[in-house]
Design a protein around this ligand. Structure first.
Ligand code: ADP
Ligand code: MG
Length: 248
């Protein structure tokens, strides 16, 4: 097993009376693709939000590269090399793809001198290179709002790569994407993992996708860890199957 890049220990988080996560412990191994599954409302997005510092946790510990980060804010954690994407894509529909890529850098760098980095030719070159990587080079000057859902997801993925993350947290990357583009997205995610060495932690509803991609999978139910293991073990785990059936 590779060393843990992210270590979550006994993390709890409630919203008013709603317990979204209860004493969740898991690790994301460096260089690997780790999956997080569970029925709707089981606390997956909440856990992602806690890890990236979007909101404070009630109890527990979250370490990144062995360092406690649960007290740090979103910007500080992002600067450590942790980048997340959202269940709903967050692109600028009226800007073209290259400008979206440039903006993604400016937004993640708080220092003023970095704000101007987005105008450097090197940044534009990098933006174009990554757009080529995700298969959007031909559309680079098109307004992002005209892209299909799947292409917007690819753009958001490329925007995340602009920031040279050590780890990417992807919240349902294939949601709303047609099957042809899903395969393209999976391929790009796997290549980014292999070729750029980016560790990934992926929340995914599509079982075929997550079983194919992840080496280790955690399953949440009602905010608690229900099961963990390699895909073969998880897909035959009766508790996991029951949790999904019970949710419908
Ligand atoms: P999942 O991503 O697995 O579908 P979530 O983490 O979004 O689950 O939600 C877990 C539970 O926490 C749900 O009951 C949800 O309604 C609740 N919840 C999530 N975020 C908030 C919030 N900001 N305020 C209040 N309740 C929330
Ligand atoms: Mg969610």
């Amino acid at each position: 097993m590779n060393p843990a890049l992210i270590e979550v220990k006994n993390v709890s988080k409630s919203f008013g009376g709603v317990v979204a996560n209860h004493e969740v412990s898991l690790t994301v191994a460096e260089g690997r693709i780790t999956g997080l599954i569970g029925p709707n409302g089981s606390g997956k997005t909440t856990l992602f939000n806690s890890i990236v510092g979007y909101h404070p946790i009630d109890a527990g510990s979250i370490k990144f590269e062995g360092k406690e980060i649960s007290e740090l804010n979103v910007q500080k954690i992002a600067r450590l090399g942790m980048v997340r994407t959202f269940q709903q894509t967050r692109i600028y529909g009226k800007m073209n793809c290259v400008d979206n890529m440039r903006i993604s850098i400016a937004h993640r760098n708080a220092a003023w001198r970095d704000m101007f980095a987005e105008y450097s030719p090197a940044i534009v070159e990098r933006a174009e290179h990554l757009l080529e990587f995700v298969g959007l080079y031909a559309k680079r000057n098109l307004v992002a709002g005209t892209l299909s859902f799947g292409q917007q997801e690819l753009l958001e993925f490329a925007m995340a790569l602009m920031n040279e993350p050590k780890v990417l947290l992807l919240d349902e990357p294939t949601a709303g994407i047609n099957p042809t583009l899903i395969n393209g997205l999976i391929d790009r995610l796997q290549r980014a993992n292999r070729e750029f060495g980016i560790t990934m932690f992926i929340v995914e509803h599509n079982m075929r996708v997550i079983m194919n991609m992840a080496e280790h999978i955690y399953c949440l139910a009602h905010g608690e860890l229900l099961a963990e293991g390699p895909p073969e073990k998880i897909q035959n785990d009766k508790r996991v199957v029951d949790a999904y059936l019970g949710a419908h």
